[in-house]
Design a protein around this ligand. Structure first.
Ligand SMILES: Nc1ncnc2c1ncn2[C@@H]1O[C@H](COP(=O)(O)OP(=O)(O)OP(=O)(O)O)[C@@H](O)[C@H]1O
Ligand SMILES: [Mg+2]
Length: 265
């Protein structure tokens, strides 16, 4: 069961400079629907059936690299190398998504420390942010929430990756956790291109991209975020202003008993 509230004003935004439009999803714990099952099946097929031929291509490439001498052939081989690397990266993302779905069916909720997840995410994205000339700031936190460490890390990873992807050089990305009563708001904020109001509800759909000319994206990251959050019973909110930036908020409950603390393996 999913509730969608949309349009400016439906979700009070404490930072008026960024508020042009907003959308939020709330889910009952354990909610699932047909597209979740379909996507999990598609991901399983892709992860399994595409990995093998890619390995054959990579193997043939390595052999050719040792034998080809002409510069024209070398240029073609470099193109093949670039394409195969891109395909391999995307496949890794698909497999990562599949692992998240598997994790969600195995693991229940537990008390999860956000601090280690923030630290790992910061280390993971420091280099991609630096290479793109983006300032990544991750505010340390001691918050402990009721969640699942694997899924929550997957959610955060997809949101930070997007924030870096959709923010031009010179921009900034901020990751922070804020206590709000019994809840903790995990925020990923960027100063990037923003999402047009008419696209807000669509960007969480599988394979949906605002800019369809991009060759390096699948349109799966936010779908994964939405489904993982649905499983965990976390609400997801998106506030965005075109040309100014976006703020994604994941709302988790503070853990009632932080004695049993789950961590990333
Ligand atoms: N932080 C953001 N700022 C602006 N637009 C965004 C942001 N995050 C997502 N979007 C828009 O939403 C679309 C869907 O995002 P999503 O993460 O699902 O897919 P993707 O980034 O295109 O591909 P991938 O599967 O590699 O994540 C993006 O193509 C982009 O147009
Ligand atoms: Mg993405």
């Amino acid at each position: 069961m999913e509730t969608i509230s949309s349009a400016a004003g439906a979700l009070a935004e404490p930072h008026p400079a960024l508020t042009v439009s907003a959308i939020g999803f709330t889910h009952r714990h354990g909610a699932r629907d047909r597209d979740n099952d379909l996507c999990a099946a598609l991901l399983a097929i892709a992860g399994h059936d595409l990995r093998q031929p890619l390995q054959v291509i990579m193997g043939a490439h390595d052999i050719l690299a040792k034998t080809l001498n002409g510069s024209a052939e070398q240029i073609q081989l470099a193109r093949l190398d670039g394409a195969a690397s891109k395909l391999s990266d995307k496949l890794d993302q698909l497999i990562e998504a599949l692992r998240l779905f598997e994790a969600s069916s195995e693991n229940g909720q537990e008390a999860v420390q956000l601090g280690p997840i923030f630290r790992i995410s910061e280390a993971e994205f420091a280099e991609p942010a630096r290479l793109k000339g983006i300032t990544l700031r991750v505010i340390p936190t001691h918050a402990v929430v009721s969640s699942n460490p694997v899924l929550l890390h997957g959610i955060l990873r997809n949101l930070i990756r997007n924030a870096i992807d959709y923010t031009p050089r010179g921009g900034g990305v901020l990751v922070a956790a804020r206590r709000r009563g019994a809840a903790v708001h995990l925020e990923v904020r960027d100063s990037g291109v923003g999402v047009p109001a008419a696209e807000l509800a669509h960007v969480f759909r599988p394979f949906y991209r605002v800019d369809t000319t991009r060759v390096d994206s699948f349109g799966l990251g936010l779908f994964i975020v939405k489904r993982a959050a649905a499983f965990l019973g976390h609400a997801v909110e998106l506030y965005s202003a075109v040309g100014r930036g976006s703020r994604f908020v994941v709302v988790a409950e503070t853990a009632p008993n932080p004695n049993r603390i789950g961590d990333l393996k």
